[in-house]
Design a protein around this ligand. Sequence first.
Ligand SMILES: Nc1ncnc2c1ncn2[C@@H]1O[C@H](COP(=O)(O)OP(=O)(O)OP(=O)(O)O)[C@@H](O)[C@H]1O
Ligand SMILES: [Mg+2]
Length: 345
Amino acid sequence: MVNNETVLKALSKVQEPELHKDLVTLNMIQNLEVNGDTVSFSIVLTTPACPLKNLIEKQARAAVQAIPGVRNIQIHMGSNVPSDGRDRGLLQFPIRNVIAVASGKGGVGKSTVSANLSIALANCGARVGLMDADIYGPNIPTMMGIHQIPAPRENKLIPAESFGVKIMSMGFLVKPGQPLIWRGPMLVSAIRQFISDVEWGELDYLIIDLPPGTGDVPLSLAQALPLSGVVIVTMPQSVSLEDASRGLEMFKTLNVPILGVIENMRGDIFGAGGGEDMAKIAQVPFLGAIPMESSVRVGGDSGKPVLVSNPDSEAARSLQVIAEKVAARISIIANDQNSPVINII
Ligand SMILES: Nc1ncnc2c1ncn2[C@@H]1O[C@H](COP(=O)(O)OP(=O)(O)OP(=O)(O)O)[C@@H](O)[C@H]1O
Ligand SMILES: [Mg+2]
């Protein structure tokens, strides 16, 4: 006799590979119905992860198939990204997680990573915002092929949208070539104000492209924003690594969870392996390496990031895997904190 109990018992043998708990314990099985020899249910994942989705569906199907008397199985796959539980009153919208992309040094690929990471998460079905907080060199509009934002509504800035990602940049407010004369605390409060003035709507992830360095501005921003975690971008060679390590230590001091280290521009010119070593020494996860490829630069310059313009390239594939690892890290943090899967406003 097939019933809800036998199905749940079978599904409690299927593990979520990142969280190392079974689907039933994690409350991922929903809308379970048994009708004679037909079983239907939804699996609600905590990340929008594309490849994992197929694996989990396959394993769940096999587990239920093994119950005597089951002939038809209908599985609906969905996701509900949990919030890390931080109070995001500042942002005024149900934004579940805020992820900063940082480095100690300029020119290592923060903006490139931010843009592609956002697109990768959006491609998997997540609701994603991308905030360019780099007031010195706001490159996100160019990289995402956006030149203006819609007219503001009721005192709120409306983000532009590109490749399924909601985009806001200080670059939209500052005319090209116009020097920025704000400094220090004034600048930070201007950016805070700016970020909170945006009509983000509901988001699973808000990615923040931070200004380079470990100076006043990135530091105060990291303190002022309710960050779920930070991703550190570095290049393989030692000079960049020293700077990135300084950045990493700064975030550790501020108690911002380090989601991991990304090594960018791996290859003949800058070498390989430094990011991995750095992650090991700092005892934080290594999220992956992105090769040095001209398609990455061309993609950024032409407003079509490599994930869109050249999705089969090695760089695009490594960026996709890195995005999935970031999503997995976020779901682990949320799970550890046992925060409820509801919106925090
Ligand atoms: N993997 C890569 N292969 C080839 N070129 C790359 C790669 N990653 C980034 N680039 C190129 O390197 C340059 C610097 O990258 P990017 O602007 O993303 O760095 P950044 O850290 O944001 O810089 P800044 O500190 O100035 O904001 C860009 O021209 C970009 O297209
Ligand atoms: Mg940049």
